[in-house]
Design a protein around this ligand. Sequence first.
Ligand code: 6CS
Length: 347
Amino acid sequence: MVLAACGGGDSSNGDSDNGDSDNGDSDNADTGSSAEWLFITEETGEQVQMAYANEFKKRIEEKTDGDVTVTTYEFGGLGTETDNVVALQENTVQLAVTSPGFIGNTIQESQIFGLHYLFPDSVEETHKILNESEAINVDLVKQYEEIGLKPLSFWTEGFMMWTSNKPVTSVADFENFKMRIQGTKLQEEAWKAYGGTPQTMSWGDLYTGLENGTVDGQDNPIFFIADASFNEVQDYMTLSRHNNYVATTTVNMDWFEGLSEDYQQLVVETVEDMQDWIFEEQKSQNEHFLEVIKESGTEVVELSEEELAEFKEASMGVRDFYREEVSRVDGAILDKLEQEIEEIVGE
Ligand code: 6CS
């Protein structure tokens, strides 16, 4: 393997013919012959997940002096977000950025990230928790490994905010509010706890769904709301910070274990090094797009301490639902994570 810092190339968004590719199996890695690794995300253009995949591509291709080509695929390149999970399990792609809202029906425990107000009101502290938590990086990882997937890192795409066509600042405002969800039962329960009516929808259909009133609102990080132009069809964005959008860099386990030790180390090190890089990337995109939304005329609403407290209180019962109806380990991962969060926030 060559680890010289030269070469590299432009990102390709899934436009290569991968029919003849070998996927970096150990033989190729050992002999140094060329390999192609396919990397799928749930986003498009320069959105955070694609920025991540293209940065990973750049770093790997540079470090292997072009012996490995990483081909990145945008959302839709291989089907829906849930098709991405199947493609990863079947090794049709080797790497993916996955979200709990889509992989949560396959790995129940990952729905933990759908719990509102679980993480602190600081994206920096959330970054630290995602990097250091044993509950996440050891216990939750085991749940993925049981079905042949290996998460290499968990990282935030930023706070989630809800949008609407009327001000939504109290639990009562959610009564009969048709809220778009990605599709897990935890997400369903989370909005029902406020009196809302959750409705599953792919983000590819969401702009139209909001425009024609099939749904009344949605939640996402700021960069995504603006880049997908949801603000064009929503009058209000509430800085609800009810959740952090946690993305997971995930690989097919058999593929990863088939790589030479050098290549395994290269992948792990690159992903580790990218944790701070992606943190800064999401931060800058979210800051930039907040201004874009303000300028677009969509009203940005702050919640008072009292309003926030009402939502937090209403959300707490969903943790019991997670423990009793979702978790396969009786909520043990949540118990540990809550403790770790308390320790980190108290530092
Ligand atoms: O709302 C969604 O479904 C999309 N949101 C983000 C931030 N990334 C991908 C996902 O599919």
